[in-house]
Design a protein around this ligand. Structure first.
Ligand code: AMP
Length: 180
C-alpha cells in the first residue's frame, strides 16, 4: 500500500529537499533533507504524513535507521505513542546485538540492533529518509523478524523511483510521502 500526501503538502515538502549532484561520490544525486528539517512546519507535517497511515495499526515500536532515519523516527514514535529503537552501523551499540549482513552494489554492509530491544508481540514500523536500492530497509525488516517481532510496515520520506527499492519491498507495506 502506498498513500500519497496531498498535492499542496507534497509540493511544499518537495521544495525543501535540496538536490546535490555527485555527492558523496560521482553519479549519486544526493537528496539533502536539512532544509526541510530546519522548517518547523514542514518538519512536523512531514513526520505527521509519515505516521498517519499507521495510526490505527497498534504500533508499539518505531525503528529508525542510522542516521537521518533517527531524526524522523523519534517524532513519529511519539505521534504513534510508540517507543523508539535505533538500528545502527556495526560497532556503535554498546550492549549485545543482533546483526544482519546485506549486499551492496559492490561489497557488503551490516546493521545491528540491541538483541533485547524487540520480542514476540511487538508491532514495528521502520522509518528512514530515502529509499534507494532498498537494501538497507529490507535488511532492517529482516532484522526485526529475526528478533521475533511483527513488521507492520515501512515509512520513508522519499523513494527514488529510478532505483529498485519499491520493487524489492513490494511484499512489504511501504508508505512514501514523496517520489523522485
Ligand atoms: P538503499 O539501501 O540503497 O535503499 O539506501 C538507503 C539509505 O542510503 C538511506 O539510509 C538513505 O539515507 C541513504 N541514501 C541512499 N541514496 C541516497 C540519496 N540519493 N540521497 C540521500 N540519501 C541516500
Amino acid at each position: 500500500m502506498t498513500t500519497r500526501a496531498t498535492p499542496a503538502l507534497e509540493s511544499m515538502l518537495r521544495s525543501l529537499i535540496r538536490e546535490i549532484p555527485n555527492f558523496p561520490k560521482p553519479g549519486i544525486d544526493f537528496k539533502d533533507i536539512t532544509p526541510l528539517l530546519a522548517d518547523a512546519v514542514a518538519f512536523r507535517r512531514a513526520t505527521e504524513a509519515m505516521a498517519e497511515p499507521f495510526a490505527q495499526d497498534g504500533i508499539t515500536h518505531v525503528v529508525g535507521i542510522e542516521s537521518r532515519g533517527f531524526i524522523l523516527a523519534a517524532p513519529i514514535a511519539q505521534q504513534l505513542g510508540a517507543g523508539f529503537i535505533p538500528v545502527r552501523k556495526p560497532g556503535k551499540l554498546p550492549h549485545t546485538v543482533e546483526r544482519i549482513d546485506y549486499a551492496l552494489e559492490y561489497g557488503v554492509d551490516a546493521l545491528e540492533m540491541h538483541r533485547d530491544s524487540l520480542q514476540w508481540g511487538h508491532r514495528v514500523l521502520v522509518v528512514d529518509d530515502v529509499l534507494a536500492t532498498g537494501g538497507t530497509a529490507k535488511a532492517t525488516c529482516n532484522l526485526i523478524e529475526l528478533a521475533g517481532a511483527q513488521l507492520v510496515g515501512c515509512s520513508v520520506l522519499l523513494a527514488l523511483t529510478a532505483l529498485p527499492g519499491l520493487v524489492r519491498l513490494r511484499d512489504r507495506r511501504v508508505h512514501t510521502v514523496l517520489r523522485f
